[in-house]
Design a protein around this ligand. Structure first.
Ligand code: UDP
Ligand code: MG
Length: 335
């Protein structure tokens, strides 16, 4: 292949990680566009399709594509683990000096990859795509997403870039850093930001899905938001404390008021409604605070079990003859 000569000259290796969950309709078109881009990039590339327990024809489709394109590797997870873990599994199997993660539904244009590579070669460790528009998404989704990013920015010390999705390129050391974070609750946007290193945003227009439908619904997004907040901030726990202090203080003032009222005006026993209100109010606050503690406790429970993040059903390596030769990797990285 003429490409191979060019690739060797380039001296770097690129891995593209693609989490896939029930995407049989888009896979062929996605692969066509990605392959087109990679053909033009002067890197040895591997494309890692992570099958996240798809129940449609995604896996056979990947296998078919693999027979046509020797750059493809397939990581078949034992069941559906969710996109965050599917990405992690992909990172764990990536051999590249730079690793790109991209959605299979063509909402992230593969055509942006060369620009990402350019910035990576210019010294950035993380090059992420930042949406300037969200075509095909409802006003409600846009607004909630907007609010979420702003809330995160207020609550957490980690500066999570606004309107950036998962579509990004990571340098080898960034991938290694990420690989060291084995927490079960993987709020990827936060983890990407947590590792730090020089980061660069490149603006792009987010397209609507090419085909198939989004796996997200509002309950999912709500849980995702809770995940983000609890993984990166303990502000809710503090808030519970201050809410408690505030209520106790108001109760004290109310108590004073009642004492004075009784002293000056006597007490005709009118207390029932106010009593009920206070009891309910305090009960509500206590339950809420317990709930907040519970959110964190539940996550601690999950982490302490120390389970592996995922299990693999099968790993089918890329066939490209340079792709997995450790000698070559060493040579390239030492240059
Ligand atoms: N995905 C996955 N596992 C899941 C859900 C989604 O690997 O449990 C993949 C999906 O195939 C796609 C990407 O993650 O490549 C983004 O999913 P989706 O388009 O549903 O999310 P959205 O674009 O709406 O954020
Ligand atoms: Mg999508």
């Amino acid at each position: 292949m003429a490409d191979e000569i060019k690739n060797t000259d380039a001296g770097y290796r690129l891995s593209v990680v693609v989490p896939v969950f029930n995407e049989e309709e888009v896979l062929p078109e996605f692969h066509r566009r990605l392959a087109c881009v990679l053909d033009k990039v002067s890197a040895q590339s591997e494309i890692i399709y992570v099958n996240d327990g798809s129940v449609d024809g995604s896996l056979p489709e990947m296998r078919r594509l693999k027979t046509e394109d020797e750059r493809i590797a397939i990581v078949d997870l034992s069941r559906n683990f969710g996109k965050e873990i599917a990405m992690t599994a992909g990172f764990d199997h990536a051999h590249g000096d730079a690793v790109v993660v991209i959605d299979a539904d063509l909402q992230d244009p593969p055509e942006l990859i060369p620009e990402m590579i350019k910035h990576w070669r210019g010294g950035y460790d993380v090059v992420y795509a930042q949406r300037t528009s969200r075509a095909g998404e409802s006003v409600v989704k846009k607004t909630t997403a907007h609010l979420f990013y702003r809330l995160m920015q207020k609550l957490s010390r980690v500066d999570i870039p606004r309107d950036a999705g998962d579509f990004r390129l990571l340098s080898r050391r960034a991938v290694d850093a990420l690989a060291g974070l084995r927490e079960q609750h993987r709020f990827m946007k936060g983890l990407f930001a947590w590792i730090g290193y020089p980061q660069k945003a490149i603006p792009y227009q987010r397209d609507s899905r090419h085909d198939g439908k989004s796996k997200w619904n509002y309950i999912g997004l709500w849980n995702f938001a809770i995940e983000g907040i609890t993984s990166f901030s303990t502000v809710p726990l503090k808030a519970a404390t201050y809410l408690g202090v505030l209520t106790a203080f108001s109760a004290f003032l109310f108590g004073m008021f009642i004492v004075l009222q009784t002293l000056f005006y006597g007490n005709p026993v009118p207390g029932y409604p106010s009593l009920l209100v206070v009891v309910l109010f305090l009960g509500g606050i206590q339950l809420m605070a317990l709930g907040v503690i519970g959110e964190y406790l539940g996550r601690m429970f999950d982490e302490t079990k120390g389970r592996p993040l995922y299990l693999i059903n099968a790993y089918e390596e890329a066939q490209g003859k340079n792709n997995h030769d450790p000698e070559i990797v060493r040579e390239l990285t030492s240059n």
